[in-house]
Design a protein around this ligand. Structure first.
Ligand SMILES: NC(=O)C1=CN([C@@H]2O[C@H](COP(=O)(O)OP(=O)(O)OC[C@H]3O[C@@H](n4cnc5c(N)ncnc54)[C@H](O)[C@@H]3O)[C@@H](O)[C@H]2O)C=CC1
Ligand SMILES: O=C(CO)COP(=O)(O)O
Length: 342
């Protein structure tokens, strides 16, 4: 079965997913917003800013024209920074109407929208009228573009309230090195995906400060506890957080030099200023915006998220990381698990 897929976002993840879909035999248009980078993909078959050593399949075509990308499209895959999703979703609606297409909408981005605190599937639900789409599927899991570029074995979750659509997306993406599972818990998958980026910033900061393995394991484990706490308060199934989009993605993002969030945290731990770190990264660091959204959401819902609060204080209140760590350690003792809440 060959389907026509528009991949929106020609950064590192969008390029690798588009390339994989071409390898799987699909007809793919990769939409980017930078004419020079789009020309480089079409002419040199490289995308050196995001993936310096990667050779793109020459059959992958990129475009800056949404009319080309959305022509006869069956699937639209969003892989742009979370904060740009609403604007791009609103931009594609008139084109989809003109082209008379009603695609399945898929998101591979990870974050919460600032201001509204909404998950990406909620933003897409609001921005794209139901009459113009055929379901929404969320793709998430431990999956750095750099590793998928090497055809490393990679596993993801396709989450949707519509199991048939999730299974269809599973079939489209799966191959010998890329395996998808399905999950009906969209809230849990999206909350795990968004919030692990915040904890990865913290894990990187610990590394930058010279802390060892015990400390990093402590941060990730207690980080997962608070991710689950907020996720459950938002309606997630707690079991999802021990799956690929929860602990799986937390492990990869909280330990890998490929992670932009980990690298940003590492630089902060070494004493660099946030503005410089973000300016030098040249790629999206989702955890920064999502940390603010998560901090505000936790306050609104009265959910205790001490690690997220500490990271928020460092990112937004210019607090000292070591002071925040000392505060976390000196809090009164408490049970590891509140069995009344489970
Ligand atoms: N890089 C990775 O390994 C993975 C990334 N993700 C997620 O995928 C999303 C994208 O990440 P990356 O590809 O790493 O980011 P990136 O920074 O490499 O690329 C982002 C792309 O979006 C484009 N873009 C930014 N604003 C735009 C707008 N308003 N309109 C159109 N295009 C716009 C940029 O030009 C760039 O091509 C993020 O939410 C990230 O968390 C998820 C899994 C793996
Ligand atoms: O989500 C990711 C891997 O699963 C990518 O994380 P970074 O955005 O931190 O690179």
């Amino acid at each position: 079965m060959t389907v026509k897929i528009a991949v929106l976002g020609a950064g590192s993840w969008g390029t690798i997913l588009a390339n994989l879909l071409v390898e799987n035999g699909h007809q793919v248009e990769l939409w980017g917003n930078d004419p020079k980078k789009v020309a480089e993909i079409n002419e040199q078959h490289t995308n050196t800013h995001y993936l310096p050593d990667f050779k793109i399949d020459p059959q992958l075509h990129a475009t800056i024209d949404l009319n080309v990308a959305l022509d006869q499209v069956d699937v639209v895959l969003f892989v742009i920074p979370t904060q740009a999703i609403r604007a791009v979703a609103e931009q594609i609606v008139p084109v989809m109407i003109a082209k008379k297409v009603k695609p399945v909408i898929v998101t591979a981005s990870k974050g919460l929208e600032q201001g509204t605190h909404k998950r990406i599937s909620e933003v897409l639900t609001e921005a794209i009228p139901e009459t113009n789409r055929n379901g929404i599927v969320v793709l998430s899991g431990p999956s750095h573009a750099e590793d998928v570029a090497q055809k490393d074995i990679t596993t993801l979750t396709a989450a949707s309230s519509d199991l048939i659509q999730a299974q269809w997306i599973q079939e489209i993406f799966m191959n010998d090195y890329f395996r998808l599972y399905t999950n009906p818990d969209v809230v849990g998958v999206e909350m795990g995906a968004a919030l692990k980026n915040v904890i990865a910033l913290g894990a990187g900061a610990l590394n930058g400060l010279g802390y060892g393995d015990n400390t990093k394991a402590a941060l990730m484990t207690r980080g997962l506890a608070e991710i689950s706490r907020l996720g459950v308060a938002m309606g997630a199934n707690p079991l999802t957080f021990i799956g690929l989009s929860g602990v799986g993605d937390l492990i990869v993002t909280g330990t890998s030099v490929h992670s932009r969030n980990w690298r940003a945290g590492n630089a902060l731990g070494k004493g660099q200023k946030l503005a410089d770190v973000l300016a030098n990264m040249g790629m999206v660091v989702e955890g920064v915006a999502t940390c603010k959204a998560a901090y505000e959401l936790a306050q609104q819902r009265s959910v205790d998220m001490p690690i997220t609060r500490a990271i928020y204080n460092v990112l937004y209140e210019d607090c000292d990381i070591k002071t925040e760590i000392a505060y976390l350690m000196r809090r009164s003792g408490k049970p590891e698990i509140d069995f009344d809440e489970v």
